[in-house]
Design a protein around this ligand. Structure first.
Ligand code: ACO
Length: 324
């Protein structure tokens, strides 16, 4: 039997930090409105780095920390909704930048669930026995997709990247998972709509900017996502008390508070960093994981039981329970 494990973590964020007060200077908003409704205080915005630049920094950091060579990698998956281009993929750019010439590479698009779907995919590659090592990275430059004239969305998002090295292991580390999509509710969170444009077709709608029905997404998170997290914990034969930490997508502190209550776990088990980064979509969970390791909350090879759960556009949602 082949197993996969998360053996290293890393994250990177652009240097430029923009506070709520900075935003209040360019739009009709306030630190009070943003922080009381979302918990967000700052976000990092890229002025000259692309999504693949951020992902490359994470990839280089993962290689350096783990001491393996880029040529040892079998695959690179980048979860993103803000690629540099549709082709080549962001992952292909990372592969070239780090010289991982033996790795196949592709992007995976599942919005804020992207990292969970991608790591689950990477785990299947490794547990098939065919591949031994791969990078799974969530990287986003959401600043290029928000409408900076729309205060209801612009204040929520930020740029950043995080990722993990997945390696083959002799014991089981992935204990449970669940993944869902409900495309019938997809219109409540959209980005980058591309209409038909051939001279022979009816012109479709182009909508480059991120649009969101905030209330609908909030309700979706605390109903559907909370229920699926509960069911995933039950399916693992564990109880919520057995979990050392629950790393949830960093959209809103009020969602985390409600989740903690619904799941019956102490708030301290749900670390939060949206205060510093805002919502970084596919990057939010790996940035949080990497910071938890940096702060010593989570120890690599420490056998802690960690639940990770992402939810967002699609609609998509997914949960993984792993030992790290
Ligand atoms: N500053 C000041 N006022 C604002 C701002 C702002 N930035 N944005 C909106 N307002 C105003 C509105 O115009 C409205 O004013 P009105 O009452 O005069 O009409 C008022 O504030 C209330 O607006 P609501 O949208 O009803 O505010 P709500 O309390 O629902 O909070 C929020 C909005 C924070 C977006 C919340 O709905 C939320 O967090 N939803 C979840 C978002 C989420 O989880 N997204 C994750 C997925 S993202 C992804 O997948 C890429």
């Amino acid at each position: 039997m082949n197993y996969a494990k998360i053996s290293q973590v890393a994250h990177y964020a652009p240097r430029q930090v923009v506070s709520n007060d900075d935003l209040a200077e360019i739009m009709d908003t306030s630190d009070e409105w943003i922080s009381s409704r979302t918990g967000i205080k700052n976000r990092h915005l890229s002025s000259d780095e692309t999504t693949s630049d951020l992902a490359t920094k994470v990839a280089e950091n993962l290689l350096q920390k783990s001491g393996i060579s880029a040529q040892d990698l079998d695959f690179i998956i980048v979860a993103t909704i803000t690629p540099d281009s549709l082709m080549p993929s962001t992952a292909a750019r990372v592969q070239a930048n780090i010289g991982a010439k033996n790795a196949f590479a592709f992007d995976l698009t599942a919005a804020c669930s992207g990292f969970i779907f991608a790591i689950s995919t990477g785990e299947k590659f490794i547990s098939s026995g065919r591949y031994q090592k791969g990078l799974v990275i969530g990287s986003e430059t959401l600043s290029k997709t928000v409408d900076w004239l729309d205060r209801s969305t612009a204040v929520l998002f930020g740029d950043g990247a995080g990722g993990v090295l997945l390696e083959s292991a002799s014991e089981q580390h992935f204990l449970a998972e669940s993944q869902f999509t409900d495309g019938s509710r997809g219109e409540s969170l959209t980005c980058g709509k591309i209409g038909l444009s051939s001279p022979f077709s009816k012109k479709g709608e182009n909508q480059p900017y991120l649009t969101m029905d905030g209330r609908a997404i909030f309700d979706f998170a605390i109903r559907d996502v909370a229920r699926s997290i509960k069911e995933t914990i039950e399916s693992s034969q564990l109880s919520a008390e057995d979990l050392d930490f629950l790393l949830l997508h960093q959209a809103n502190i009020r969602i985390l508070d409600k989740m903690a209550k619904k799941l019956g776990v102490a708030q301290e088990k749900l670390p939060a960093n949206m205060m510093e980064y805002g919502n970084t979509s596919a990057a939010s969970i790996p940035i949080l994981l990497s910071e938890c390791v940096e702060q010593g909350l989570i120890k690599l090879n420490g056998n802690q039981i960690i639940l990770m759960s992402g939810f967002g556009g699609g609609l998509t949602w997914g949960t993984l329970i792993v030992t790290i």
